[in-house]
Design a protein around this ligand. Structure first.
Ligand code: HEM
Length: 397
């Protein structure tokens, strides 16, 4: 084993591109990858908000939900301190810790990302309602943080629900994302067990909106800038200020049924055109929707069962940050594939209202089933060197 850490490696390659390094912006440090010699930017872990929320979506996700198996607050606090230190290193393309010269102990880092740079890795941490119950700190659980209600047509499976902590690892490289989660879990084995996980991908060229596995552009109506901040960040003056609520849904998509559906019905399902992403009766993909538009016969342009109409008519906004998944073949010899739907919002009620509007009416329900679910409160960001994940919560105890 080479006694060379990832930082060392990146530094070595960086030498030959000093000009590039100097030219990079403060919060986007350039690092060289070993194989293709491309540069991959670093997304800072330190900031008012956790990264991986309003950060533009990277190409891969490894999402994991963990169960606590201790009620010792001090142990949990310590675990978050170690995770903070590990995360700072990992998101800079470094090993979790320096490798030791002692070859009679296991290497400090699992190592599969040793020859890779950061690939825009972000690590985002959240806690569920049961986290508070297990630690006997229910008085600090925000009123908004309660288990999501049962929605029409939910068919949740025990293996994709529950859990106390979530970690969302996103990166432009799948091995970098997995390496991060693997190391975070490895160091915390005495306090947590793994409950469920899902990897996912999203692909796009240049600035195009990515397509989901129904081939529709997905994410068009998401906001950016100040409006996005208003949608996402918790403003109340409690430990969660500057944090956010993460909803995750593992939504199975019946690709075989979809692929037998005619093109007009596919468009009607969403109220947008599959090829361009443009909404019915509109001109550009990003036009503001006018649900009252009529056709030449005076009939409403949007089908009443279309996904976009039902979601939009609530007048509410969430930040969708979803990834497709393809995880082998199910018991019926069909693809086990779908959408790892993830949304961020400053109040889970927003998601609940939209999901209830989709309810039984959404035509898309003919082609999807929700089988996994979770709600997590994502901590505010780490603001200085002394800070650690969850400090505002632990300080309030
Ligand atoms: C497999 C499941 C899903 C698929 C394939 C899907 C797909 C889409 C597509 C293609 C669009 C139109 C383009 C866009 O604006 O992104 C859209 C819009 C939207 N979806 Fe979904 N979606 C799914 C699940 C959900 C869920 C669970 C929710 C929330 C409860 C949701 C909320 C929305 C919202 C808020 C919009 C924007 C509506 C607007 O124009 O204002 N979607 N979705």
């Amino acid at each position: 084993m080479k006694n060379l850490n990832r930082r060392h490696f990146v530094k070595q390659l960086g030498m030959s591109s000093a000009g590039l390094m100097l030219g990079s912006s403060i919060n986007s440090v350039e690092a060289k990858t070993p194989c293709d010699h491309n540069t991959t930017p670093i997304i800072p872990f330190v900031g008012t908000h956790q990264a991986g929320i309003t950060t533009p979506g990277q190409k891969h996700i490894y999402f994991i939900v963990l169960d606590l198996h201790t009620d010792k607050l001090e142990d949990i606090k310590q675990m978050f301190k170690v995770w903070t230190s590990y995360s700072k290193n990992l998101t800079q393309g470094k090993n979790v810790k320096e490798y030791s010269k002692n070859h009679f102990i296991p290497p400090a880092d699992t190592g599969e990302a040793d020859s890779l740079s950061a690939h825009k890795l972000t690590l985002t941490f959240g806690v569920s309602p049961s986290f508070f119950t297990k630690l006997n700190i229910n008085h600090l659980k925000p009123a908004e943080l309660t288990d999501l209600p049962h929605f029409p047509r939910d068919q949740l499976k025990p293996e994709y629900i529950g859990g106390d902590i979530c970690i969302q690892a996103c990166a432009d490289d799948p091995q970098v994302a997995f390496n991060a989660v693997r190391n975070l879990v490895r160091v915390a084995r005495s306090t947590i067990t793994m409950k469920w996980s899902q990897s996912g991908f999203t692909s796009y060229d240049d600035l195009q909106t990515p397509r989901n596995l129904f081939a529709f552009k997905d994410g068009t109506a998401n906001f950016s800038g100040q409006k996005l901040d208003e949608v996402v960040w918790v403003q109340q003056d409690n430990w969660l200020k500057n944090g956010s609520y993460l909803v995750v849904r593992r939504i199975k998509m019946f690709l075989e049924t979809w692929d037998r559906t005619n093109a007009a019905e596919q468009n009607n399902t969403f109220g947008r055109y599959r090829d361009s992403g443009i909404a019915f009766g509109h001109k550009d993909e990003f036009d503001t929707l006018d649900l009252k538009k009529m056709d030449e016969k005076g009939k409403p342009i949007f089908p009443n069962t279309s996904h976009v109409k039902l979601a939009h008519q609530t007048g509410l906004n969430i930040l969708r940050r979803s990834y497709s998944y393809a995880s082998g073949i199910d018991d019926h010899a069909q693809f086990d594939a779908g959408l790892l739907f993830i949304s961020f919002q400053n109040d889970p009620k927003t998601f609940i209202t939209i999901q209830n509007s989709l309810g039984n009416t959404d035509k898309m329900n003919e082609y999807v089933t929700h089988i996994g679910s979770g709600l997590f409160a994502c901590f505010p960001g780490i603001v200085d060197e002394q800070d650690y994940l969850g400090r505002s919560l632990f300080d309030a105890i």
